[in-house]
Every structure is written in C-alpha cells, then in structure tokens.
Design a protein around this ligand. Sequence first.
Ligand code: SF4
Ligand code: SF4
Length: 231
Amino acid sequence: MSGMQPANAALLQATIRQTAPAIPQADNAGVSGDPRDLFYLLDYLTFAVDRAYPEIPCTKGCNHCCHNQVFRVTALEWANVRGALFAMRPDERQETLERTEALFGAYRSELTTMAELWTRGERVPESLHEPTPKTCPMLGGDGRCTVYEARPAICRGYGYFSATIDDVPRLLICKQEGPGWIHHLEDTGIDQLPMPNWNPVQRRLETLNEGQPIKPLPLWLLELADELKPA
Ligand code: SF4
Ligand code: SF4
C-alpha cells in the first residue's frame, strides 16, 4: 500500500516538528537535563521513535554497535564521560583504563591521526579504521555501557535517526540489523519511515564544542591513563 506509515507516525512527526527549533538553541550537552540540553532532546526523540516503532531492533541491551566501530567524541562529550569515570570506584576506573591499554595501546598512532582529521573536519579513511579494534572500552563485562548516563551523542542516537551523508539520506543504523528492519517494515506495508534527522544534532554538537579536539573515545582514555600515571 503506497505511502503507508506506522499507526502513531503522526505523533512522532509532531514530536520531531516540535523539537526541531530547540536543537539549534541547545546550549549544553549532558549538563542541564532540560530542553536546553542537547542530550535531553536526543533522549526525548529516541523515546518518541521507540513509541512509534515498538519493533525497532535497538531494544534495551543490544550492544552490537559498541563492538563495531570507533566513535568520534568531542571534547564537550568527553567532559561527561570523564566525569562519569571519576564517579566510579577507583578500581573500576583502573580496570577500564587497563582494558583500553590492552585493546588500543598498539593503535595510538592510528587513533591520533583519526583525531587530527576529525578535529580539522576531514574524513577518516577506511584504511585507518580497518586495522583498529572496534570494541568500546567502556563496555562492561556484563555487556552494559559503564557510563550509560554520560554516553556520547552518537551512542544515544544510533539506530533512531536518519542522516544525509554525501547528499544521500540513510538510516543511521548498524549494517547487521538495518537491512532486516527495513525489510520488516516493507513486509508490514510501511514504506514511509518518519525519523528525526541527525544532521542538525551533529551541527549543534560541533558548534557547542567550539573547535576543541574531536578524538576517538579510546584515545581520550589512553591520554587519561597517561595523565594518571605517577610521575
Ligand atoms: S544500531 Fe544495531 S547494534 Fe546498535 S542498538 Fe540498534 S540494532 Fe543494536
Ligand atoms: S560509550 Fe557506552 S554506549 Fe557508547 S559505544 Fe561505548 S559502551 Fe557503547
């Protein structure tokens, strides 16, 4: 049936429309916990998407995307993660830093080049991503994010947004589950998928970051481990 939408798509579209003007007005990320907080807006939108698409594969507890890529993290977001690390028990923090060293210590040069490119607003070539381990060091042994409340923007939005990349609109979702999800929707007769747009979120995040460094999360952690080593 052409143009069919999920039953509560109208509510989701209204939420997306209502939230859109607040995104460029956000003046912090993860600090105020109100509509001026970009993370608050992101969490609000993902909640609305969950309500509109109860069968979305990003159910609570799915952590495959924490194993599949190295995410870029602005200094603004790192401040939250760093705060969460210092709120942990010291032995837990130490365990995280040791896990990072074990996984990523040998890839410092690749991670540093990624950081330089991202901070300059350039793209990181696949040849740099390819050899680098992909499991996030913040993932705990129980499969849960150890800094969940402070996790970066992309961890909040992944799976729930569409993005225009190289002028092509696409779902911001993993390769493992994305195609099956689209097929499921097609099988259900849903061929229009209202989703919030990631591009304004990314633009606001970078504006709020004010040109400070953007680094892979493991590099931020390796540098913290250096900082905490006794002189
Ligand atoms: S994007 Fe994929 S891996 Fe990530 S939470 Fe959603 S379904 Fe799971
Ligand atoms: S910070 Fe947390 S949610 Fe984000 S990739 Fe790492 S473990 Fe996953």
